[in-house]
Design a binder for this molecule. Structure first.
Ligand SMILES: Cc1cc2nc3c(=O)[nH]c(=O)nc-3n(C[C@H](O)[C@H](O)[C@H](O)COP(=O)(O)OP(=O)(O)OC[C@H]3O[C@@H](n4cnc5c(N)ncnc54)[C@H](O)[C@@H]3O)c2cc1C
Length: 340
């Protein structure tokens, strides 16, 4: 059970920046994100693309913006709980109890939802046995590559993730890379390396093939794949990895009893609170008259929501507005001035 002042759902640019706004006013935040990395759309969809409308940054990329935002909150030593989807929210004695897909539980007086367009979810195998074996032989991401050491692994997909992991895991596992087309979509260089490894007998490649079935009782023992002519091949395997890209789903946010409007959460523009006290929504997920789905709008929304969180987290204290340029307290919190 983790107690905190504010639980932030989503580690996109807006979720990261709100941590800074909370930290400045002395509130502690924990951040949960479904993805295996921090940065939301900026990192998942356009890490190398230039952004030209972040105030005072004439140009940055999705990746450099994320890195700068993280640098700005370094002093607060915030915990990011990655690969965890916020699943359930319930009220318990004036506080919110938040449960994640990884069975973590948080208790907080405030929740800030900065969930963007919802959670990014991996596209999954369509064969019915895949669900039964999910996380027990069937995986859509790799948390610890050593898990696959000396195992027989079948990797599906034609993009960069499939190619890169096939090359990497072939160093210590028996890897078969399966793709439904002959040509790979990923970087040409990675495809060339994979083909070279195939020639050297270090990697097997099966194209154009798709999965047909997964076999086994408690554990996977093998799979069958088929091509367009319905030719079936059996491959003995311990693990199956699918890298078919991500889809965006509103996901569990829709089940938390919040008002919803076209897959967004309506909020007031005074403090970005939803229809539930202590639950705020900022960034792309929130809606109000005139809402702009821009990063800079999310930053403003976060600044106001953070101040509103103060009331519930410190009911006996009075919030005092201060500037970072002149406030000793804020500079101490930022770690730029030592306390006397
Ligand atoms: C190609 C492209 C170019 C863009 N260019 C610009 C630009 O130039 N300027 C600009 O201002 N904006 C731009 N945008 C828009 C900008 O990226 C978004 O406005 C911004 O990312 C919104 O930030 P956010 O933090 O609200 O949400 P997101 O970045 O979407 O992050 C939300 C995070 O929440 C997580 N999440 C959702 N639900 C859950 C859950 N239940 N549990 C745990 N985690 C969850 C998601 O996994 C995700 O990581 C662009 C967008 C795209 C796609």
């Amino acid at each position: 059970m983790i107690k905190t002042d504010v639980l932030v759902v989503g580690a996109g640019p807006v979720g990261i920046f709100v941590v800074q706004q909370l930290g400045l006013i002395g509130l502690k935040a924990e951040v949960v994100d479904n993805l295996d990395k921090i940065g939301g759309q900026c990192i998942e969809l356009y890490p190398d693309k230039p952004i030209y409308d972040i105030p005072a940054l004439p140009i940055c990329t999705g990746e450099s913006l994320t890195n700068n935002l993280l640098e700005q909150i370094k002093t607060f030593k915030t915990n990011f709980h990655l690969n965890e989807r916020v699943q359930e929210i319930s009220k318990e004695e004036n506080k919110w109890k938040i449960k994640t897909s990884g069975k973590k539980t948080f208790i907080a007086p405030n929740i800030i939802i900065a969930a963007g367009v919802g959670s990014f979810e991996p596209r999954k195998f369509s064969v019915k046995e895949a669900e039964k074996f999910e996380n027990n032989g069937v995986f859509y991401s790799i948390k610890d590559k050593t898990y696959f050491k000396n195992k027989k692994v079948c990797i599906f997909g034609g993009g960069d993730s499939a190619l890169d992991w096939a090359v990497e895991l072939s160093k210590f596992a028996q890897v078969t890379l399966v793709h439904r087309r002959d040509k790979f979509r990923g970087a040409e260089n990675s495809a060339t390396v994979a083909r070279q490894l195939e020639k050297e007998g270090k990697l097997k490649i099966k194209t154009p093939f798709q999965i047909s079935s997964i076999e086994g009782n408690d554990k996977i023992t093998g799979i069958t794949i088929k091509n367009e002519e319905e030719k079936i091949e059996k491959i003995p395997t311990d693990c199956v990895l699918g890298f078919f890209g991500l889809i965006m789903k509103l996901g569990p946010v829709a089940e938390w009893g919040l008002n919803l409007e076209k897959k967004t959460i309506p909020v007031n523009t005074e403090n970005f609170q939803t229809n539930k006290e202590g639950i705020f929504a900022i960034g792309d997920i929130c809606s109000y008259p005139g809402k702009l789905k821009l990063i800079l709008s999310g930053f403003h929304e976060g600044a106001l929501a953070a101040r509103a969180c103060f009331k519930l987290a410190r009911p006996n204290e009075k919030y005092r507005f201060e500037f970072t340029t002149t406030s000793k307290t804020l500079q101490e919190r930022l770690g730029v001035k030592k306390s006397d």
